[in-house]
Design a protein around this ligand. Structure first.
Ligand code: CTP
Length: 398
């Protein structure tokens, strides 16, 4: 139920705006209080009168409505809500949001708010698939905006594909999941991510090619399901997701300390590409070509963070998930790795250069547990993360 939840519904301009009328009804049936905002383009598809009659509330349409500016102001309007829903979210509105434009009431509200925002995109399939829209989608996801749909299907313009707005019932379900805190509400989950840097001297280090993309996507997905996420990250290429507690580290030893400091947790996901070795005695002065000749580096073994946590006699998380980056015999090697490390699940992937997975946008993984192995089709890293987060929620629920 959504009893007494305050939802600010921004209705953008698109044929799907007619579904927003049903959305208002359904949200109200669940007990929500809906304040509608209609963009100028939205008013081409549904009338302010029908929206306000259904919502039982004045519809806000213009930024420069002086009475309301004096009474409430656009900032209050956005902040007094529990959730902002944009449905339909047009390509134009998404672009404005991604760019941080504030040129009408809807975009100003969206820029001025600190309230969570969910968008239900609706547009022609070509517009959805256009690189500009996909760039904006990625940016908005990174900014913590939740997406509902779009769905695939026939569209008003006669084309077929992704771009149809999610059905009102689906939007209501997503809103309820968001406002009820999600299936991981109250759970604390640790995620390690990114590479580690092991210093040789103050200016040089040994690193690996991990971008941190998969670990970041997992932290974002877990937070999206309501978990309190502690995100321990090495120096990654991608920024950490919003809404998580970030502990930035550089070396494997620092990562272990940060992980131990984050315990206890309900689950730990160890997606970091931790260096197995460090330079035994890193120099605290820059190694000089002339003075020192060719340096010879002696290595020492780094602590195995996943193994340390998996084998903790006390305070072990209920669920420990490791990763296995393999180039050969993925399933056999990863199954052996799971036993060796003592974790519950291993998410294995083939990182041979030909797969383009390391540093790429997609992943093809095999989930290994005591029930055997399960191959997932190749999909985007965000989708892998969503699926894994839901599996973790189900496992912690039992
Ligand atoms: N891992 C870790 N600490 C380390 C090394 C690895 O926590 N010092 C974790 C990684 O985060 C990952 C898993 O262990 O979840 C597997 O890492 P991987 O490098 O594939 O395994 P290794 O134990 O290093 O085995 P190998 O290099 O022989 O494949």
């Amino acid at each position: 139920m959504l009893a007494e939840k305050r939802i600010l519904l921004i209705i953008g301009g698109g044929i799907a705006a007619y579904k927003s009328l049903e959305l208002i009804r359904r949200l109200q049936d669940r007990g929500a209080r809906v304040t509608p905002v209609l963009t100028r383009a939205g008013a081409q598809f549904v009338t302010p009168l029908s929206v306000s009659a259904l919502a039982g509330h004045k519809v806000y349409t213009d930024l420069f409505d002086l009475t309301d500016e004096a009474e409430m102001g656009h900032i209050n309007l956005s902040r007094s809500a529990d959730l902002i829903v944009v449905a339909p979210a047009t390509a134009d509105l998404m672009a404005k949001m991604a760019a941080g434009l504030a040129e009408d009431l809807a975009s100003t509200l969206l820029l001025a708010t600190d309230t969570p925002v969910m968008v239900a995109p609706a547009m022609n399939v070509r517009m959805w698939e256009h690189p500009a829209t996909q760039r904006n989608r990625a940016q908005l996801e990174q900014d913590g905006i939740g997406f509902i749909g779009p769905n695939e299907g026939g569209m008003a313009c006669g084309e077929f594909g992704p771009g149809r707005m999610a059905e009102p019932a689906e939007i209501v379900a997503a809103v309820e999941a968001k406002l009820s805190g999600g299936p991981l509400a109250g759970k604390r989950i640790l995620v390690t991510s990114g590479p580690t840097h092991e210093p040789i001297d103050p200016v040089r280090y040994i690193a690996n090619r991990s971008s941190g993309a998969q670990g970041t996507a997992i932290a974002r997905a877990l937070a999206g399901l309501g978990a309190q996420v502690v995100f321990v990250t090495g120096p990654a290429d991608v920024p950490p997701p919003p809404g998580v507690e970030v502990v930035a580290v550089e070396t494997a030893q620092q990562m272990l300390e940060a992980v131990e400091g984050a315990l206890p947790v309900d689950a730990g996901v160890f997606a970091a590409a931790v260096a197995d070795w460090r330079v035994a005695s890193a120099s605290d002065r820059k190694l000089k070509k002339s003075r020192d000749g060719m340096p010879s580096l002696a290595f020492a073994e780094n602590p195995d963070i996943l193994k340390t946590v998996s084998r903790m006699p006390e305070g072990r998380p209920r669920l420990v998930v490791g990763f296995a980056a393999e180039t050969d015999d993925v399933i056999d090697n990863a199954t052996a790795k799971r036993a060796r490390k003592g974790c519950d699940w291993i998410v294995a992937n083939d990182v041979s250069p030909a797969t383009g997975i390391m540093g790429g946008a997609e992943n093809a993984v095999v989930l290994i547990s005591d029930e055997g192995h399960e191959e997932w089709p190749r999909m985007g890293k965000a989708e892998v993360a969503d699926r894994l987060a839901r599996r973790i929620a189900a496992a912690l629920d039992g």
